[in-house]
Design a protein around this ligand. Sequence first.
Ligand code: GDP
Length: 440
Amino acid sequence: SDVKGLKIEDAPLPKSRNLDVLSEFERSKSKKAASFVVVGHVDAGKSTMMGRLLLDLNVVDQRTVDKLRQEATKIGKSSFALAWILDQRTEERARGVTIDIATNRFETDKTVFTILDAPGHRDFIPNMIAGASQADFAILVIDASTGAFESGLKGQTREHSLLIRSMGVSRVIVAINKLDTVGWSQERFDEIKNQVSGFLSATGFQQKNITFVPVSGLHGDNLVRKSSDPAASWYTGPPLVEELENSEPSARALAKPLRMTISEVFRTPQSPISISGRIDAGSLQAGDPLLIQPSGEKAYVKSLQVDEEPVEWAVAGQNAVLHLTNIDQVHVRVGDIICDPAKPIECLDTFTLKALAFDFLMPMQVDVHRGRLHAAGRIESITALLDKVTGAVVKKKPKIAKPATVARVVVKLNSTVPLEAGQRVVLRSGGETVAAGLLE
Ligand code: GDP
């Protein structure tokens, strides 16, 4: 047998029903799955808006919110209650062994959404990059109140937009928030909309992939239901939640070879080695053989779960728990990639990256991060500076790349790791993010 680890785990191989998973998926009424990140300047109202959205969708109950309101009032910060909903959910989820505890999930009639990176985390930028590396789209929250939009533009609004774009996110829903503070001024909305669409297209977003919704996260206007404020009647478009539902997940690559990054490894009643993660591409079913990279070891899917329910198959875009068999746990680590043994991902030690520089880039030591995978290496050379929007070469072999420029860099790793074209990675140095981009 080519299956190693049999001494430890010599269970009989699980049976496969050999389903045609793609047609099963077509036939099933399964909801669309979409993931997004929430970005924007600090205090733009990201947490409040998401908390209110979850409340209005009945994902959290009024009792929980009342309890949070009481606690918030006690410490003199009553406005924080809604923002705490996300934290509260994270804590609750942390108690049970379920799917990746860092993800927040909710669903509407049509779609199951995953909020990648709950805003409000202390270590926000690294989380946001990790989130953006898996996101189908982003919600950019902008504070419309007087002066706040302008200082936000100088602050994190631009930085976050560049970052998510360079991580491959192409669709953005702009929530122009706190419109209650400017009396629902359409003029203010239009002014902000014009400026933001200007800089988003300069950042490389196509106009057709940008949508604007005027909201008040605090009062719940235009989130799930239309604003009832007469001053807001000029807005005739859909509320935010409909815009979320209209956001077709980016090409799911259902028919591509299986790729899934392990975000957790744990023990369950079903198996001493269960793993969770999001399926990035392809599909799988119970009984399937899997290849784990970089160890190159094979394992089998004994059974699986999606959204905590036992299922027979899973497809790209879903968060799955796989119960594995015929594998020794030393070969299964967080950050590893599960793939199709017939079409495995290669392990590389050198790659070319189209990177947005956050800091000066030159030949230097860097850590490469992709989701939970990280590996030490070095920028070997910078082969070109590129136009931010068109990607055309503007300068060959520069000595350095300045912050906010886009460059093609060659990175050499100290070890081989599973990587392939189209993946989004981040380069860090001395604890700071120095660049983010797409593997070419
Ligand atoms: P974050 O840092 O982006 O997550 O921002 P928070 O959600 O913590 O909100 C920052 C502050 O703005 C809090 O005091 C909120 O109560 C307030 N805020 C958020 N959304 C609104 C809104 O729609 N209207 C008004 N008036 N205040 C808001």
